[in-house]
Design a protein. Structure first.
Length: 111
């Protein structure tokens, strides 16, 4: 509300929207949807993108509209790593050396 009231049109927030939090799916634990409608209700410009598409991120053109902008980057937690993907147990947990090596191998296979 503050950002909109004071026309902070130079303010941009980016939300990593993977729908997971430390103990499970956000919609089961603390529902957040619809983020778009919530930010629009506070008079923010809302842009939704595929957070894994770097070309899409580069193309974002945030136009000054006398209001702040939020970019909702839709992502998949641990994308590309079989044992991490969509697994809330990896939200805030670091892999050990063996897991790191396995993850890097899987990610490099996709190049």
């Amino acid at each position: 509300m503050f950002a909109s009231k004071y026309k902070l049109d130079n303010l941009t927030a980016i939300i990593d929207r993977n729908k997971i939090q430390l103990s499970g799916p956000t919609e089961r634990i603390m529902p957040l949807e619809s983020l778009r409608r919530k930010y629009e209700a506070f008079n923010w410009n809302v842009v939704e993108i595929d957070g894994h598409d770097f070309n899409e991120m580069k193309k974002i053109k945030i136009k000054a509209k006398s209001k702040p902008t939020v970019v909702i980057a839709k992502t998949v937690l641990g994308k590309g790593v079989s044992f991490m993907e969509n697994n809330f147990e990896w939200h805030g947990k670091a892999p050990n050396k063996e897991q790191k090596d396995r993850a890097l191998k899987e990610l490099n296979k996709n190049d």
